[in-house]
Structures are given as C-alpha cells and as structure tokens.
Design a protein around this ligand. Sequence first.
Ligand code: AKG
Length: 290
Amino acid sequence: MIRASAQSFDVPKTMTVEHVRDYWRHGYAIVRGVFTPADMAAAFDRTHAEGTAYPRSYRNGNTFFRQANDANLGRVLRMVQWPSYVDSALDRVRTDPRLLAIVAPLIGQDVKQIINQMHWKTPGAAATEFGYHQDIRFRRPREAYRDPLHSYVQTGIAIDPHGRWNGCLTVYPGSHRLGELALGGDGRIMERSTSAADLKNAGLDPGVVVDVELQPGDVALWNLFTVHGSRTNRSAIDRRFYLNGYVRAPDCDRSAWTFRGGNPCPLGDPVLIHYEDLLRNPEPHFVEVG
Ligand SMILES: O=C(O)CCC(=O)C(=O)O
C-alpha cells in the first residue's frame, strides 16, 4: 500500500501492476501519461541556459554540468547530474508520489536515489547517441550496491515527444536475465554509437532491439542489467529526458534517503554518490572532459 503524502494525484490508467509484470518479463516497462511536463520543460530550459553559459564542464558538489565538444556545433550541454540540489521544481519531481507509485511495487517504500540526471540531444549535433550498455557498469564501488538485479530501478520521464527520429531510448528485451555482459568496449558510453557490432560481440542479436517511443510525461523504467542505448537525434527538435534511478535503501551504502516509509525526504547537504572527491574538493570548479 503506498501511503498518501504531501501531494495528491489521479492514478493514470496505465499505472497498475502491468508495469511490474512487463518490467520483470521484458526488463523494461512504460507507464503512459504520468506527468504533464510543462514545469519540467521550463526547468530544462533554465538549466540549459546555465550549463551553456559556462565555458567548460562545471561541477559544484554533486551537481555536474557536462558539456561536450561537438563536431558540428562546438560546445554543447549533453547532461546535468544532480540538478535537484539547485532547482526546486526538479527536486519536487524526484520525490513525487507518482514516481514512488511506479517504483515501490518493485523495491518498496524505503528508497535512496543514485541517479538524478537531465539529458539533452541538441538538434544538429553530430554526437547524440549513447552506446549499448547495462547501467550496472556505473555502479561503483560494486560492494556499495547489494542485490542489484532486484534492488534498483532506473526511470526516465520524456519531456519531448520521444521517438526513433529524435533519438529515443532503445532496449534489448529480456537482457536483464543475462547477467553482466562484456559490452561497449572502451571509451565513454556517450561517445559511442548504438552499434550492432557491440551487440554481436556480446552474443546478442541486433534484430531484437526495441525502440522505446514515448509521449511527453510518459515514464519508462528499466533494470540495471537491461541492455540499452540511445539513438541519434535526426530531427529539428530536442529530445530531453529526466532520469531518476532508485535503490532499496538497505541495499545501498551511497546517497541519501528519498522516501522513508513512503514519505519524501529532503535532499539535504551533498553526500557521497558518484563524485569520489566530494569531501576533498567540494568547491565549484571547471572540469576538463570532452
Ligand atoms: O538519454 C538517453 O536516452 C540515454 C539513457 C541511458 O542510456 C542511460 O542513462 O543509461
């Protein structure tokens, strides 16, 4: 039973146990019509304006504005990690009862959060893909994450129409049952393409991949072991995606509580999540990447 909390909401028709069944059957699921993302779109715009005003990638504690040097456009903002430390609208979404209603049937109501991330695919950019990978590869140190198959759920909220034409998420159904695969080779995922060769090298059939097509406000969810990537934006519009990754609190030594007994918890001061130098170098600074 999901407890009532500060905000009330109408349960969208598709928010039922169906998404739990689909998630375990296929390694991913879609819940339609969860949010009306106008507030989030505005937050994406102001965060984008801030992130592109910096001359280089920029970190302030856990908040990281990650630029890339694009072959067509020069400096572009590709993602921001942990914007919720600085943007209250985005912070409200990550503790929204609608997201709890999606993840609680999978991981319960005592939940921490490992991912809070905004992705852009700027129209006209040369590099907008994410190569095929499983998110388990980013969970470091591994001993800080227990029972990762069952304890972790990644979610993504579509801000824009999200299709093959503008660089949708793609998934390999059933791959969550295959364990950790040798995928992706060297280099950063966001500098690789969704290559059929990567799948074949891991013994996977590229014909099995499915495009995850979403409307604004739909939520996709996938497992830490689900093989997925993300296509090129070939369109004239952006493809913005708001990602929040949740973990059963007792199974994770990193990050802070997001829901305790189903009640939202404030973010508080930055704690150790991915940025290993948080305590040694907490001051704002530019970062040389990409
Ligand atoms: O923005 C995207 O489509 C990429 C999502 C993804 O692959 C990830 O966050 O692991």
